[in-house]
Each structure stands twice: as structure tokens, then as C-alpha cells.
Design a protein around this ligand. Sequence first.
Ligand code: AMP
Ligand code: ZN
Length: 116
Amino acid sequence: MGNKDCLFCKIINKEIKSSIVYEDKDILAFKDIHPQAPVHILIIPKQHIEKISDLDEQKKDIVSNLILIANNLARDNKIDKQGYRLVFNCGPDAGQLVFHIHLHLLGGRKMAWPPG
Ligand code: AMP
Ligand code: ZN
């Protein structure tokens, strides 16, 4: 299933180990391997979609589902009151490194703005 050259598809298929914090039939969430904050979780659709700009009318609900899971995980990690940041990097200028849509949930420290 998925794209055989995609790192996150391999994580979904359990070919590569990850620290999974949530899974259902459509979504997987796991800890980022290089955390940039005390809480840093990636929430991904199981469907291989390269980037957020590839979403269309038919696939738009995927993103709202990712956000609802991120909100639940923020609550589980007790960062919901203090606040957290949700980030999609899209394309080279945004620093996207893995071309399978992923939502970053970052929290547990004060964030800077503007982002670097
Ligand atoms: P982006 O720059 O938005 O494409 O983010 C890719 C993220 O994936 C980075 O924050 C990486 O630290 C993270 N990452 C890369 N490889 C792994 C892995 N094997 N397990 C968990 N997170 C990973
Ligand atoms: Zn993929």
C-alpha cells in the first residue's frame, strides 16, 4: 500500500519503526524523530498525497480530520490551555522535506513569531 519510495508510507506500513501515538483506519500520528519542542507530533493521512497544494474538493476533508486529531493530542499532552502550533510545510521555500502530507503539532514551550 502507498508509495514504495515514501518514508511516511513505510512508517504507515510498519516497514520503518516509529513512536505511534494514535492510529485509525485513515490517520496515523507519531512522534517526530527530531523534536523541535517538548511536544512534536506528526499527524498524517494514510493516503499518499505529496503536499498540501495537491488537495482538491474531493480530498479536502482529510485536512479537517488531521486537525481534529491534533486537537485531541494537544489535550492528551496537556498543552491545549497554554497553546500550540499546527504547521503544514508546503514546498521548498517552506522547508518541506518529506513529500507525504503531514501536520506538525508543536507545543510545550513559547513559540516565536515570525517563524524562521
Ligand atoms: P517537513 O520539513 O515538514 O517535511 O518535516 C519532516 C519531518 O519529519 C521533520 O520534522 C523530521 O524530523 C521528521 N522525520 C523524518 N524522518 C522521520 C522518522 N523516521 N520518524 C519520525 N519523524 C521523522
Ligand atoms: Zn507516502
